[in-house]
Design a protein around this ligand. Structure first.
Ligand SMILES: NC(=O)c1ccc[n+]([C@@H]2O[C@H](COP(=O)([O-])OP(=O)(O)OC[C@H]3O[C@@H](n4cnc5c(N)ncnc54)[C@H](OP(=O)(O)O)[C@@H]3O)[C@@H](O)[C@H]2O)c1
Length: 265
């Protein structure tokens, strides 16, 4: 089937709010057309309108990315209609819970959106990205991927997967037109639930705190500079360095203690 346009687009998942919305606006500021994907809601339409006001084309697709059929319909729609030269796998969920008390749906959802959706979307869109002269994939991991963290047991593990997946794929794609970056943001107050969690963490939450606006600007700038590994903010570099000096056992203990403060057990 003929594509409806020869222009290139950036696809951003989870673009209706938070970090994903700011990444989409940052790309629109740089005059890059955007395809915005999120759960069905009205916010995504207003983000698209804001992008258009910045002078770019913006299309939306509403899908629950934890549903395999919805996900594959979305990637088929993209491949049939658009040239993609930027893919940002941002849609994701966080969470702090006692593992054995967690609902099964919570565990499954987190793995589906953070791990499975990122992997399948990348797999399905790679042929499209490889056809373009120069393409970029930016995956969103987290500073929480640097250590196992109790109570964030599932979350920190899924973000570790994203870190390894991105670095490995970057190596696998050497010599092709596709470059893969992974960004590891520290805490960002993107919505009231996350803000509440960060404030309960105490010092560890405050040390690496960055604004999502700054994180979006830095991420896009470094993605275009072909940086495979993106940390945001000097404090997060220091944070990572200091954590690397602490023995793994103590690091895990400190981070688990901070996570424990977030929940009422
Ligand atoms: N905030 C932080 O402190 C922080 C730190 C490190 C990394 N991160 C990562 O940054 C990314 C964005 O986080 P955020 O803080 O901006 O979160 P957020 O405000 O909750 O935004 C998450 C986005 O993902 C979308 N989404 C969630 N589940 C989905 C599903 N099943 N199908 C389709 N879309 C779905 C949401 O769509 P709806 O609006 O339709 O729900 C929303 O657009 C995540 O990967 C997160 O893990 C965040």
């Amino acid at each position: 089937m003929e594509k409806t346009t020869n222009e290139s687009y950036a696809l951003i998942t989870g673009a209706s709010k938070g970090f994903g919305k700011l990444l989409a606006l940052e790309l629109a500021h740089r005059k890059i057309n955007v395809l915005l994907v999120a759960l069905p809601n009205e916010d995504i339409l207003s983000v698209a309108a804001k992008c258009r006001e910045l002078g770019v084309k913006a299309e939306t697709y509403e899908a629950n990315l934890t549903n395999r059929n919805d996900l594959l319909k979305m990637t088929n729609w993209v491949n049939q209609n658009f040239n993609i030269n930027i893919l940002i796998n941002n849609a994701g969920k966080g969470g702090t819970q006692t593992f054995h008390k967690s609902d099964l749906n919570y565990i499954e959802n987190l793995i589906q959106i953070n791990v499975v959706a990122t992997s399948i979307i990348t797999h399905q869109l790679l042929p499209n990205l490889l056809k373009q002269k120069q393409s970029y994939i930016l995956n969103v991991s987290s500073m929480a991927s640097f250590s196992p963290i109790g109570y964030k047991t599932v979350y920190s593990s899924t973000k570790r997967y994203i870190q390894h997946f991105s670095r490995a794929l970057c190596h696998e794609l050497k010599g092709t037109s596709v470059f893969v970056s992974v960004v590891l943001p520290g805490p960002m107050k993107t919505n009231s639930e996350i803000t509440g969690r960060i404030e309960k963490q105490g010092l560890l939450g405050k040390i690496g705190l960055i604004t999502p606006e700054r994180a979006a600007r830095v991420s896009i700038r470094r993605m275009f500079k072909r940086k495979p590994y993106i940390l945001v903010g000097r404090r997060n570099y220091i944070n990572k360095f200091l954590l690397s000096l602490v023995p793994a056992k103590i690091r895990m203990h400190l981070m688990t203690k901070a996570a424990h403060r977030e929940i009422d057990v």
